[in-house]
Design a protein around this ligand. Structure first.
Ligand code: GLC
Length: 460
């Protein structure tokens, strides 16, 4: 079995969020199961490859000269990188100077998609697996009768809208991409792919409802018969508190008393008070989806419960400004670090008593699993992958691993944090921590799910 795996992000080569971690985690797990996988990514930068070979791809003239480099990346293994006019940029999607999307993102990612289709013709894989809107339009440039195709949706909020003029450029299958008289990359691929997979079972259901469908719920309902939810995993070696080099004091499920030392070290690092109350951590993109603006609204109230809060993240400038202000006026009980800092994220999950994840929607979410692996009990919105990974201790004391909020709102967060703080101080906390830390969060289960789906697509 040979899978061509097209994605815009692949850790550690290029990643802005969960897509990069998910691509890398899934490909590594599939390879452990003996599957040949060729990941293909856009050449946003020159990425060094060993044993490099270059092939000119057969794409339509509008795309310009498009080539693919295949070789071996030191951390990733075999990988293919598409080089084309306009792809190389300092950030994959947005202009750091303005914070807005690159104005030519439609052309850039249609070029990538056309390159993926051409590479598929060149390599003749058994399955073509396309991730998110950046790769989805490959189906427009693929003739019928090619290898079976799978679309993975990591986030339905980003659909790849473009002007209707692109439909003619796309060719005979372009019409499938028409949505509200524009082009919608995900909509087209939902129509044309042989299978559609999203990153948790709960999200697979939610996206067929008007509340969770981002306007595509009816289309997804029509295609329910080929829609699957397979829960993501996390990299169980990278996220392993017993061998984690980022930590002040490594520990395992038998010795989570060491969390106290990690918490003291983190407080010193962040200039945070060591008391009173438990430490709540949040590691997140700061955007509408993640709901940290709701947390910001009640942060001062939470310090009176009492609790302390440490936030790491970056994103919307007004969310960042709000957190900077709150931290500056938080009597040392609130810390905010702007950025995407993996080492600090590890230290925060090692130090925290609780992690809060108040997402308005969440296809899967990785940080709740990372937190649980470090014995930090999550307080989550009851949506998507958060619903599928966190068991509420009050509803199910025997299996509970955290708190599911009843409502995604400031009041819901206050209530959830109250319950979380009570849990941390109770006799049930140790058992919940132990369950959370010893659960298998690895990619192995997910890989088996994908293998079944690939097998179902390949004839014979
Ligand atoms: C996106 C989603 C997130 C998911 C990740 C990996 O970032 O927002 O929920 O975990 O993709 O699939």
């Amino acid at each position: 079995m040979h899978v061509l795996f097209a994605t815009a992000e692949f850790e550690p080569v290029v990643a802005t969020g969960g897509l990069g971690a998910a691509s890398a985690g899934l490909v590594a797990a599939l390879r452990r199961h003996g599957i040949r996988v060729t990941p293909v990514i856009p050449g946003f930068a020159p990425y060094e490859l060993e044993g490099e070979g270059r092939v000119e791809l057969d794409v339509a003239p509008w795309a310009g000269s498009v080539t693919v480099r295949t070789g071996h990346h030191a951390q990733v293994g075999p990988i293919a990188v598409v080089d084309a006019p306009g792809l190389a940029r300092p950030h994959p999607y947005t202009d750091p100077a303005t914070g807005g999307a690159w104005p030519d993102n439609d052309r850039r990612f249609f070029t990538f998609a056309a390159a993926v289709a051409a590479l598929s013709r060149h390599l003749g894989p058994d399955v073509v697996h396309l991730h998110d809107w950046h790769a989805a339009a490959a189906l427009a440039f693929t003739a019928t009768g090619g290898p079976p195709t799978m679309l993975s949706i990591h986030n339905l909020a980003h659909q790849g809208w473009a002007d209707p003029e692109w439909i003619d450029v796309m060719g005979p299958r372009g019409e499938a991409f028409r949505q509200l008289n524009s082009v919608n990359c995900l909509a087209g691929a939902i129509r044309l792919a042989d299978a559609v997979v999203t990153v948790s079972p709960r999200y697979a259901y939610e996206i067929t409802t008007p509340e969770g469908g981002h306007g595509l719920d009816r289309l997804l309902s029509e295609h329910r018969g080929k829609l699957w939810g397979i829960l993501n995993g996390i990299d169980a070696d990278e996220w392993n508190p017993s061998i984690d080099e980022h930590l002040h004091t490594p520990y395992d499920a038998g010795g989570f008393g060491a969390k106290v030392h990690n918490q003291e070290a983190l407080c010193a690092e962040l200039g945070l008070a060591t008391a009173p109350g438990p430490l709540i951590v949040a590691v997140s993109r700061l955007d509408y989806q993640k709901g940290l603006d709701l947390l910001a609204e009640v942060a001062w109230m939470l310090t009176r419960i009492p609790a302390r809060i440490a936030v790491l993240g970056s994103g919307e400038p007004d969310h960042e400004a709000a957190w900077r202000y709150i931290a500056a006026h938080g009597d040392g009980r609130i810390a905010f670090t702007r950025g995407y800092d993996l080492g600090l994220a590890h230290r925060m999950f090692a130090a925290g008593d609780l992690a809060v994840i108040p997402s308005r929607f969440e296809p899967c979410g990785l940080t709740q699993m990372q937190a649980m692996r470090y014995g930090t009990l999550p307080i989550v919105s009851d949506v998507g992958g958060l619903h599928d990974t966190v068991v509420d201790v009050d509803a199910d004391p025997v299996h509970g691993t955290g708190v599911r909020m009843h409502q995604v709102s400031p009041a819901g967060i206050v209530d959830g944090v109250h319950r979380g703080v009570r849990l941390v101080g109770s006799a049930a906390a140790a058992a919940a921590r132990h369950r959370a830390m010893t659960h298998d969060w690895s990619w192995d289960t997910a890989a088996k799910g994908y293998l079944d789906r690939y097998a179902a697509l390949v004839p014979g």
